[in-house]
Design a protein around this ligand. Sequence first.
Ligand SMILES: [Zn+2]
Ligand SMILES: [Zn+2]
Length: 358
Amino acid sequence: MIRILKHFLVILITISIAAVIAFQFTAVQDLAAKLVVKAQVQRAIQGNTKIPDYDALSAVTCGTRSPIAAPPDRAETCTMIIAGEHIYIVDVGDGSVVNLRNWNIPFNKIKAVFITHMHSDHISDLADLHLLTWIGTERAKKLDVYGPRGIELVTKGFEMSYKHDFLYRNMHHGNILAPLEVTGYNPITVIQESIVFEENDLRVTAFTVNHSPIEPAFGFRFDYKDRSIVISGDTTINDNVIKNAKNADVLIHEAQSNEMVELARKELELNNQITEKLFEDIKDYHTTPKEAARVAKKAEVDHLVLNHLSPAPDGYIAEQIFTRGLSKIFPDWTLAEDGTMVILPVNSEKIEITKISR
Ligand SMILES: [Zn+2]
Ligand SMILES: [Zn+2]
């Protein structure tokens, strides 16, 4: 046995040394690069194979953290809704568009963006999302962005900041790849609770939540054929979420672990950092995981996904603390990771929880 292992080790070391030597030659480097590029192009052409090719309503968490902690594998808040052939993005925080790129999302299928409220962790990647839905995608019009009062100012601001970028890219790539007349955004202000979108068998309903002093702040309910997904937006525990999530298949609810916040506060206090006010401010402005479970139970949804995690847990122990006692209140829950995917096939009661990958 030891002799076989010795032989195996000698062969392994020889192959490794040979590989290191081989990679010093430019011809070998070029061949390796060609293979890598070929695989990347194939993946980009093929698109993401995890996106269902059958009729379904799906949600993918393209960003799962709040701004107060930043584990490396989590972007800020973003949820991608796939309703049949079309894609919609709800909130687009920092890093979320990198996720969408890495997953080879077909940007030409993105039909609209919905913004729950104008905190930076919900809008900061809007410019990158614009770019990727513009260049080479044959987008026929400006990017539709639904959001609360002020969305016009936000989109105008992005347009002003990127005016030169639009011109430069048009000058460089021309009208076919980068048509100037469709650059920018078409802001649609959501004034009050209402059905804000109805097209292609999809109905999107906006409802108000409590994220005071941010008013209004919205949640969104997506009904596609016989399936439904509700996104709470940022809110304290709120009866209006229960009302609007009633009997939905899936509720994606924000969650903040005050136990974890308290641990961080104490640790920082020991190190004399001035964060007391911040920690007091955020405590009464989000929903705890247990409260989110109570909302799911009262709304009688089939599955709860915790998202907009605050502070986003980094590792197994933190996840355990974050989700303590949840199952006793509501057993069917998932703690979102970047890429958590919920698939609801139409004409079915099935709920498939999986993970999108590159
Ligand atoms: Zn917020
Ligand atoms: Zn937020």
